[in-house]
Design a protein around this ligand. Structure first.
Ligand SMILES: Nc1nc2c(c(=O)[nH]1)N[C@H]1C(S)=C(S)[C@@H](COP(=O)(O)OP(=O)(O)OC[C@H]3O[C@@H](n4cnc5c(N)ncnc54)[C@H](O)[C@@H]3O)O[C@H]1N2
Ligand code: MOO
Length: 410
């Protein structure tokens, strides 16, 4: 949707970007430990049942139902341990001492937990009723042999990789990592550790974007700070385009000094300069260089992080082959103070959300909402997402909040 003020909605921008992207196809086979954050290249089929055999969920006694529930005590015929099954004959009218994880002896109907038994001179007496199948974990209950465990396009994390270990799978074909080239532009930028000349500032954005890319599992080619010099900019764009799947720059996308960035980008590819109906993060560039995709983030640090999060992250996920759709979870919270808001853009204010005494969520502002206030990220824990046409929020009104957690990592 493009409104009368010429601003494109976040959804329109995102769907336009994603419509161009096809996932990578090259894959490599790696050991499980190296697959963290990688995307499965082909469906993974289970080579076995998990559990692999019927086994006990408790330390106790394996019984046949016909022998229990009449109150009589049963002598112990033998023992079954995890890794050491009960061997030999199991005479009628006896029970088997069994440990958690031990294979169930053939003919066993139930396992009685130790706490529901008593040792008597005649053997083990059962102090509670016994039901068929109780405390037996059946073969294939978690995953059955030949089932599709994970479809191609699943991102492997600490939730998925141990499942593969439980199947005895040692290595997996995963898609190659997305390569991202990154640089900051601007004569005013200086490296931390260096003295500042008059009017200079330290480069914040490149570190922020680098860290977010790294924690999302992408390969980062960090090309440093590029001054506002057409030749240097052109050489950097060309080098970045040759090495990466996606080139990300920060700065120079607004109306001011973006001139040669625009000229160079026109020369090298097809780039659209958008004005997005979000705050912060209005100016944003997207398009194709000669072989890579280009995302131009706005220079203001909060705007750079927000546009990366809302637009670049889903683009990278699609390119990486990850089929999960990017849908940040939002919760309703009660504003505990007035939040200033001008209608016209979707606002992502920084807030601090907590659970109130009545159990509902309560949110406060981190204070100054300028797009240069990077410390609002460490002071806050969430975005307060305010609808495009909404005006000021009064204390007590309900708002949407979106936690920072997946954005900044641990
Ligand atoms: N006349 C207008 N001026 C501006 C508009 C507009 O629509 N009309 N939009 C404003 C908004 S909103 C933003 S956001 C910025 C984006 O501008 P650029 O992408 O061209 O970025 P710069 O002008 O290069 O820098 C903006 C600001 O951010 C600082 N900066 C830049 N890079 C970094 C960095 N790596 N680390 C830390 N800080 C950085 C830079 O010094 C400027 O202060 O434009 C507004 N202006
Ligand atoms: O969009 Mo700007 O990012 O409001 O500062």
């Amino acid at each position: 949707m493009e409104s009368s003020n010429g601003l494109i909605s976040l959804e329109t921008a995102l769907s336009q970007m994603l419509s161009h992207i096809s996932p990578l196809t090259e894959s490599e086979t790696l050991p499980l430990i190296a697959c963290f954050g990688r995307v499965v290249a082909e469906d993974i089929i289970s080579p076995l049942n998990v559990p692999g055999f019927d086994n006990s969920a408790m330390d106790g006694y394996a019984v046949r139902l016909a022998d229990v529930n009449n109150g009589s005590a049963l002598p112990v015929a033998g023992k079954a341990f995890a890794g050491q099954p009960f061997a030999g004959e199991w005479p009628a009218g006896t029970c088997v001492r069994i440990m958690t994880g031990a294979p169930i002896p053939a003919g066993c109907d139930a396992v009685v937990m130790q706490e529901q038994t008593e040792q008597t001179d005649a053997g083990i007496r059962f102090t509670a009723g016994v039901r068929q199948n109780q405390n037996i974990r059946r073969a294939g209950e978690d995953i059955s042999k030949n089932a599709v465990v994970f479809r191609a396009g699943t991102k492997l994390t600490a939730a998925e990789l141990p499942v593969l270990a439980s199947l005895g799978i040692a290595e997996v074909a995963v898609l190659r990592k997305v390569r991202v080239a990154l640089f900051s532009t601007g004569d005013e930028l200086q490296l931390p550790g260096q003295p500042l000349a008059d009017g200079q500032i330290y480069d914040t954005n490149r570190l922020a974007i680098h860290l977010m890319l790294a924690q999302l599992g992408y390969e980062v080619i960090n090309l440093g700070i590029i001054p506002d010099d057409p030749e240097k900019l052109r050489a950097t764009f060309i080098a970045a385009d040759q090495q990466a799947d996606v080139v990300i720059s920060s700065g120079g996308v607004s109306v001011g000094e973006a001139d040669y960035t625009k000229t160079i980008l026109d020369e090298l590819g097809e780039i659209a300069f958008w004005k997005l109906a979000i705050k912060p993060g209005k100016p944003f560039a997207f398009g194709k260089l000669s072989q890579s995709w280009f995302c131009g983030l706005p220079g203001n640090p909060v705007s750079a992080v927000l546009t990366f999060y809302q637009l670049v992250q889903p683009l990278l996920a699609k390119l990486s082959g990850d089929t999960a759709t990017f849908q940040p979870l939002r919760f309703r919270a009660r504003a505990m103070e007035r939040l200033k808001k001008t209608p016209g853009r979707l606002d992502f204010q920084r807030g601090i959300v907590n659970r109130g005494e009545d159990g509902s969520l309560e949110v406060r502002s981190t204070g100054h909402q300028g797009s240069h206030i990077f410390s609002s990220f460490s002071q806050g824990n969430c975005f307060v997402v305010l609808e495009r046409e909404r005006g000021n929020v009064e204390a007590g009104e309900w708002v949407d909040v979106e936690m920072f957690t997946p954005l900044f990592g641990v």
